[in-house]
Design a protein around this ligand. Structure first.
Ligand code: TXA
Ligand code: MG
Length: 347
């Protein structure tokens, strides 16, 4: 297949929307990572998405909308929740949407009949997201359809934060790539389950539990499965969280301080990594060090750094662990731990 490259001009977004309407696949920018979009209401388009990514089809896709009213026909009422007059969307979801959308948050809600099982991996819930990116929203609007879009990477590779990353993985496998701006968020949206009485985070992201809790005035917890290691045997409620994601080709190790609170912590971590790297370099191995000044910087750069180090054929990657007591640090560490296959060096 010949992949065409489009700009973010109105004319090109219109072409992209036509491709979606005709059952094709288009990669587009969002504020978190690039998405690989297809008509969410067409099971055939969803199957093509799984095939292009090489992704297991039990891993449901997020459905993207451009305005809140588009969510109504995708959702079904369930017992035990409160609903505003004339809406199938629970009260709490209305309030979260109002406060946070457009933005890097996905809400899981009971699914309406019309949403194909192929899109939701056979689940009776649907994940909805209204992205904070003009090109993404315009594409959805012009196509007149909800757009199913996972991250636009080959399954198992780091999520793409630029169109060049998408090209690396999917050139020749999809109809078009929109050459938008690099993503500012850098990690995928927070996925929050809104089907129960209280909100539960299924995938951590830049929208924190504190933020959700303050909007709703109730506690917001993490799915216990994302707090543990894979060998703890807990099954995550977001099926995608069970796969080894974001893996670079190089062996990766995370360096963490036993005593996180110490004042010169950052410096000590860095010098321990440098010393260890020197040993390996003497043996002729190419060791690269990742050390970020802030959690936001780590979120923005982690995936693109992992891809760059792959291209440079690094043998080993040493990365400084982030402070997991902050919610953003915890979200980025969730990705780093998977990239490193839970390979941790304590110093
Ligand atoms: O930021 C993002 O969310 C990006 C951009 C493109 O919007 N999309 C993204 O999609 O990260 P993907 O497919 O790579 O990850 C979707 C995650 C997976 O972990 C999946 O299991 C979970 O959301 N998910 C989707 N639908 C679900 C549902 N109905 N119930 C529970 N988890 C669901
Ligand atoms: Mg993904």
């Amino acid at each position: 297949m010949n992949t065409i490259y489009l700009t973010t001009s109105e004319e090109d977004i219109r072409r992209a929307a036509e491709i979606i309407k005709n059952g094709g696949l288009v990669a587009f920018p969002t504020e978190t990572v690039y998405g690989l979009g297809g008509n969410a209401l067409d099971p055939e388009a969803s199957r093509r998405i799984y095939a292009a990514k090489g992704r297991p089809s039990d891993n449901p896709l997020i459905v993207h909308i451009s305005e809140f009213s588009q969510a109504e026909p995708l959702v079904k009422k369930a017992g035990g929740l409160q609903y505003p007059e004339g809406s199938r969307i629970p009260e709490a979801a209305h309030r979260l949407a109002e406060a946070i959308w457009p933005g890097p948050m996905t809400m899981v809600l009971p699914k309406a009949e019309g949403v194909p099982d192929a899109t939701t991996g056979g689940l009776d819930t649907v994940a909805l997201r209204l992205p904070a990116n003009d090109t993404a929203r315009r594409l959805i609007e012009l196509s007149g359809l909800p757009i199913a879009a996972p991250s636009a990477n080959l399954s198992g590779r780091p999520s793409p934060t630029s169109w060049e990353h998408v090209r690396e993985d999917l050139n020749g496998r999809i109809d078009a790539i929109i050459k938008g701006e690099p993503c500012i968020g850098g990690i995928e949206s927070t996925v929050v389950d809104m089907t129960g009485e209280l909100p539960v985070i299924l995938r951590p992201g830049l929208i924190t539990p504190e933020r959700i809790s303050s909007v709703l005035g109730v506690p917001c917890s993490y799915d216990p499965a994302i707090l543990g290691k894979p060998e703890d045997g807990l099954v995550p409620k977001a099926p995608g969280m069970k796969y080894r994601h974001y893996a670079p080709k190089a062996e990766m190790r995370l360096f963490r301080l036993k005593d996180e609170a110490s004042a010169d912590g950052h410096k000590r971590l860095l010098s321990a990594m440098e010393a260890e790297a020197e040993e390996y370099r003497r043996l002729g191995r190419d060791v690269e060090i990742l050390c970020y000044d802030s959690e936001r910087e780590a979120a923005e750069k982690l995936f693109s750094d992992l891809r760059r180090l792959d291209q440079e054929n690094a043998d080993i990657i040493f990365a400084a662990a982030l402070d997991q007591s902050s919610s953003i640090g915890f979200s980025v560490m969730n990705r780093m731990l998977k990239s490193a296959g839970y390979n941790i060096v304590e110093i």
